[in-house]
Design a protein around this ligand. Structure first.
Ligand code: FAD
Ligand code: UQ1
Length: 410
């Protein structure tokens, strides 16, 4: 049996950021992070990897290199959560107890919920930017595109980075134009949602783009089956259950159904839907005051992104400091999240918004327009901000910059 005052579950984006912050406040010897993977990936880069603009190698670094030095890395999976005993069980059978627990387990991809997957990925013409195992298949399918339908799916569950399923469509469109094959392609976005994007300002801009570029959007279409040997994808009509439609494809990009990690879903820490049940302003667990959450595994009603994790990390750092001192948490998370909507190989619409779905833009220019500056931010600035700012516990989101940038302008 081991004990750590501060135990972090998951060594992805939120877990490493919080590990670094807890080390700075409370000392490295008091912090441990449980994470089984040897590699840590900057997932936002996979959108560009799928379109051939970055290499998959550039998106990953050894987990050992991102662990805050001196913090204990328990290279294991969490197998059981026992908040009534202030402890967890890890794979090795060891019980690890804590004074304060930070849950940052991310979410689980469910390719297997689509009939014919994951084995369908052994065939060509199909890829998925959501997994390191399949992201390069997207780029292969795009390069080998001859003639027919290019189809992009969006599942009937919460997802991380809600824009990513369509970003790869815009990049594919741009690639096919660049290589003179666009007239041989029928490009289709089949989404389970009733809208193209949740925030009206950006949705309006995206509808303009799909019209101008001849991209066909079908709302309430949910991918249920892939017959990869026949290059067929089956979608159900969510407004008319039981009704299905078969699409032939020359290229298929799959965004899988997603859900909470199993270990969390089956625990006392989960809400009805299986996500970590936290206070939406303080990120403290609603039932266990010494448990906190960050990122994709939580039930925070905002879009699941690394940008959101950055803003949450600043708030959670403050909440924990207050709780440790037996004070009331005071800093409040406003739901800030951001999605750089890549619309070509050199443009981005930088969506930023809060819990109310209101735009909350950092720069004093209209971010609803496609901009080259924002592409440069997405492709070259964000990775640096991630590795050297967010993971080191120094980047708590653009809030303070927004205030400075808008001085005298609003
Ligand atoms: P993760 O970073 O996924 O980390 C979860 C960790 O928990 C993992 O390391 C995992 O190994 C570990 N874990 C899981 N189960 C266990 C267990 N039982 N025991 C121990 N450890 C466990 N965000 C943006 O802000 N901008 C973007 O442009 C953007 N684009 C994206 C594009 C794609 C294709 C994808 C896939 C994501 C994108 N994101 C983007 C989203 C962003 O990557 C995630 O929201 C972010 O990584 C969430 O951080 P997290 O710590 O909650 O989860
Ligand atoms: C951000 O903070 C962040 O985390 C490092 C991202 O993840 C890759 C983002 O995509 C974005 C857009 C932000 C927000 C940052 C700024 C400067 C607007």
């Amino acid at each position: 049996r081991q004990h750590y005052p501060f135990l972090v579950l998951g060594g992805g984006c939120g877990g490493v950021a919080m590990g670094a912050r807890m080390k700075r406040k409370f000392g490295a010897e008091n912090v441990a992070i449980v994470e089984p993977s040897e590699m840590h990936y900057y997932q936002p880069m996979w959108t560009l990897v799928g379109a051939g603009a970055k290499s998959v190698g550039a998106s990953g670094r050894p987990t050992a290199s991102v662990m805050p030095s001196g913090v204990k890395w328990l290279k294991s999976r969490v197998a059981e959560l026992n908040p009534d005993k202030n402890s967890v069980c890890i794979d090795s059978g060891t019980e690890v107890s804590y004074d304060y627990l930070i849950v940052a387990l991310g979410l689980k991809l469910h390719y297997e919920k689509i009939k014919g997957l994951p084995e369908g990925f052994e065939h060509p013409k199909i890829g998925s930017n959501y997994s390191v195992k399949t992201v390069e298949n997207t780029w292969k399918a795009l390069q080998n595109f001859k003639r027919g339908n290019a189809i992009f799916s969006y599942p009937n569950t919460p997802v991380k980075c809600g824009g990513a399923p369509q970003k790869i469509m815009y990049l594919s469109d741009a690639y096919l134009r660049k290589t003179g094959r666009r007239s041989d392609a029928h490009i289709i976005y089949n989404t389970s949602l009733p809208v193209i994007f949740a925030v009206k300002k950006y949705a309006d801009a995206l509808w303009e783009i799909v019209k101008k570029r001849d991209l066909h959007v079908n709302l309430r279409h949910n991918l249920t089956e892939v017959r990869a040997d026949k290059q067929e994808a089956v979608f159900e009509n969510l407004d008319n259950p039981g009704e299905t439609k078969v699409f032939k494809y020359e290229m298929l990009h799959v965004t899988p159904p997603m859900g909470p990690p199993d270990v969390l879903k089956d625990s006392l820490l989960a809400d009805q839907a299986g996500w970590l049940d936290v206070n939406k302003e303080t990120l403290q667990h609603v039932k266990y005051p010494n448990v906190f959450g960050i990122g994709d595994c939580t039930n925070l009603p905002t879009s699941k992104t690394a940008a959101a994790v950055a803003a949450q990390s600043g708030v959670l750092d403050r909440t924990i400091t207050k709780v440790v001192k037996k004070d009331q948490p005071d800093k409040k998370y406003d739901g800030y999240t951001s999605c750089p909507l890549v619309t070509s190989y050199n443009t981005v619409i930088l969506a930023e918004f809060d819990y109310n779905g209101q735009p909350l833009e950092t720069f004093p220019i209209d971010q609803g327009k496609e901009r080259r500056l924002m592409y440069y931010m997405k492709a070259d600035v964000m990775p640096q901000l991630y590795w050297h700012g967010l993971l080191k516990g120094f980047w708590g989101g653009p809030g303070p910059f927004r205030k400075v940038m808008h001085l005298g302008m609003k």
